[in-house]
Ligand binder design. Structure first.
Ligand SMILES: C[S@@+](CC[C@H](N)C(=O)[O-])C[C@H]1O[C@@H](n2cnc3c(N)ncnc32)[C@H](O)[C@@H]1O
Length: 244
């Protein structure tokens, strides 16, 4: 984290306008967004409401960052006079995203704090990932809504089930699995936090060849005992060891 910039929690506390977040989000912001501070990045947040988070991000990232807010509510344009770029539209609308991405250029970080329904979260990921630069992040907030009936969950389709499918796609980049499942071409990694999912975008790293490799170290006579584990249990038995 930058030595001379306050933590995300301090930026939140000192923002001059209201913002509502969850207490568990601030360490995640520090951890994920810290490396982008004091750089000329493009940061986009879906969900402006009372404007407080725009000020929080400006203080967190510093004056070199471009801070962009998106909201469905046209009143959000009031924050333009404070130096923020505000775009009005719906995160569920692919046509909005097309125009938006053409207008603003490549994004370094997109944070989804919008409508919080899984349909909106999934549509956002599908539309926005092509606009995120390699080395950039897409972070979706309030992913606990996948489990809440008032947000349409839990069910066979949810944002979390979508993210788990992407985890399958990431693992199918492995050379021996590529023809068995659609492999994921843009998301290099996924991190699951409580109520947050972060996707790290890097199309260069996702296309690096996956093949076995060895160093030049001296081989010694060592037998691989992987097939001789005397304690291994069956798939059926292992279920009883799960914590859930
Ligand atoms: C949780 S509030 C944002 C809070 C703000 N980021 C903060 O920290 O205080 C959610 C905002 O998302 C907006 N919103 C809801 N559905 C949306 C959609 N489909 N597209 C864009 N914005 C949406 C709402 O108008 C509201 O202002």
């Amino acid at each position: 984290m930058s030595a001379h910039r306050p933590s995300a929690l301090d930026c939140f506390r000192t923002s001059p306008f209201l913002s509502s977040k969850h207490t568990t989000y601030f360490p995640v912001y520090d951890r994920l967004f810290g490396p982008y501070r004091d750089r000329p990045i493009t940061f986009v947040e879906i969900g402006v409401l009372s404007g407080g988070s725009l000020f929080m991000w400006r203080q967190f990232f510093g004056p070199a960052a471009r801070i962009i807010g998106i909201d469905l509510n046209p009143d959000a344009v009031r924050w333009r006079e404070h130096g923020f770029e505000i775009h009005i539209g719906s995160q569920s609308d692919p046509a909005f995203w097309q125009t938006f991405l053409n207008d603003i250029g490549p994004i370094d970080i997109l944070l989804d704090d919008g409508g919080h329904r899984f349909e909106q979260q999934i549509m956002t990921c599908e539309c926005v990932i092509p606009g995120i630069r390699d080395g950039g992040l897409l972070v979706v907030e309030d992913t606990h809504t996948s489990y809440l009936p008032e947000y349409g969950g839990p069910g066979p389709v949810s944002f979390i089930s979508y993210a788990k499918q992407i985890a399958d796609g990431i693992n199918h980049r492995f050379s021996g699995l590529r023809d068995k499942y659609p492999f994921e071409p843009a998301i290099w990694s996924i991190r699951f936090f409580e109520s947050l999912v972060a996707f790290e975008i890097d199309r260069t790293l996702t296309t690096q060849p996956s093949r076995p490799c060895r160093n030049q170290g001296t081989p010694v006579a060592a037998r691989d005992f992987r097939d001789r584990d005397p304690s291994i249990v069956t798939a059926g038995q292992i279920i009883s060891a799960f914590r859930y």
